[in-house]
Design a binder for this molecule. Structure first.
Ligand code: HPA
Ligand code: ZN
Length: 360
């Protein structure tokens, strides 16, 4: 409709998107076949259309962990630099078509280097980075990479078997600093939040900051508001999700006072039942705007979070424009408020002031 057209035409930044979460079933299948791995795809019997459809029907989740299990499984077929290039380039094409001028793209190195496969870090980063370079020249999309640590990979995590050694995130970081410093702009923290507080990663974030890397962290999605405070206290400059700040007025006050940007993902929050479990079904963006917070809208894992039915019965895809449209409907945003959200995203990016002028 008219709103969707308006939203697509607005210059925007996407500050919270996991590249592994943009992996559409069709591309999973194409890359699996290229690597001779289609036999390993659960439920695939040679009927591509049926398999993609069945994958989409699996994309109904009770919580973050239910989603993460499917999201990590999809990563199994990624093996070569070209696989990572194609994954990233597919996202960049969709983003550019939706009016995204700047994308700060998360990736989970440990998924590929230790958990699902044992790929060299250079395969992952060189493939993703080459796509970012081509997106700039070919699509006019300024794309940059943020390397995320898996927050469940620490010795105290009881369900990760075997538990990860304490030095794992720091050794990934040191390798990235030594060999890929110019290919990433920052570090983040993602995966299973509850029970895995940011303070565990204090030393890693300290090292990242010393190397001039920008710092973000998921906090206050399924974890308590106190995790947002912890994230800020270890040097994080932008909070991913952060919606549960609304449960603690002192945390809201600090975020507003320090003008900390929050990268909210409305379709994700719906599809992972965050809205239902923590906000009585109400999209939290209205309350966050009213509290004077620097809110930005983002897609998180757009290939997985399509199909949200808003409270007026409209269905929406998972990419960035859908997140604006859903929120505009559910929160009754004015046109001015939609513009403010888009401007917040561009202003909250880690691009230089000179680069930002080009985005707007
Ligand atoms: N939260 C935590 N980890 C993630 C998410 C998320 O929403 N998406 C992909 N990894
Ligand atoms: Zn996320």
């Amino acid at each position: 409709g008219e709103l969707a057209r308006f939203v697509r035409g607005l210059p925007k930044a996407e500050l919270h998107v996991h590249i592994e979460g943009t992996f559409e079933p069709e591309l999973i299948l194409a890359i699996a076949e290229r690597n001779g791995l289609e036999g390993k795809l659960a439920g695939y019997d040679g009927d591509a259309e049926a398999w993609c459809e069945s994958q989409r029907s699996l994309r109904n989740f009770d919580d973050l962990q239910g989603f993460l299990d499917l999201y990590y499984a999809g990563c199994d077929v990624l093996r070569s630099e070209d696989d990572f290039y194609d994954l990233c380039m597919s996202y960049c094409r969709k983003a550019a078509a939706g009016g995204v001028r700047r994308a700060e793209i998360f990736f989970d190195p440990q998924t590929h280097t230790v958990e699902r496969n044992a790929l060299p870090l250079s395969v992952v980063i060189n493939g993703l980075h080459r796509a970012c370079v081509d997106a700039k020249t070919g699509l006019g999309l300024d794309a940059a990479l943020i390397m995320c640590f898996l927050r469940h990979r620490h010795p105290g995590c009881t369900w990760a078997s075997p538990p990860a050694p304490a030095e794992e995130p720091l050794s990934v970081l040191e390798e990235a600093i030594a060999n890929h410093r110019h290919q990433i702009i920052g570090v983040g923290l993602d995966s299973s939040e509850a029970g895995n507080p940011p303070s565990i990663f204090r030393g890693v974030f300290q090292r990242a900051r010393a190397a001039g890397l920008r710092c973000v962290a998921h906090a206050g999605e399924e974890g308590p508001a106190g995790y947002i405070t912890e994230a800020l206290d270890i040097g994080v400059e932008r909070i991913d999700h952060g919606v549960r700040c609304l449960e603690e007025p002192t945390v809201v006050r600090r975020l507003a006072q320090e003008r900390v940007p929050l990268t909210v993902c409305p379709c994700s929050n719906h599809r992972l039942q965050v809205v239902r479990r923590f906000f009585g079904g109400e999209n939290p963006v209205r309350a966050m705007l009213n509290a004077g917070l620097v809110v930005t809208l983002n897609s998180d894992d757009p290939a997985y979070f399509f199909g949200h039915v808003d409270k007026f019965g409209g269905t929406h895809g998972g990419y960035l424009p859908a997140n604006y449209v859903v929120t505009a409907h559910e929160c009754g945003l004015s046109a001015d408020e939609v513009v403010v959200l888009a401007r917040n995203s561009l202003e909250s990016s880690f691009a230089s002031p000179k680069e930002k002028e080009v985005h707007i």
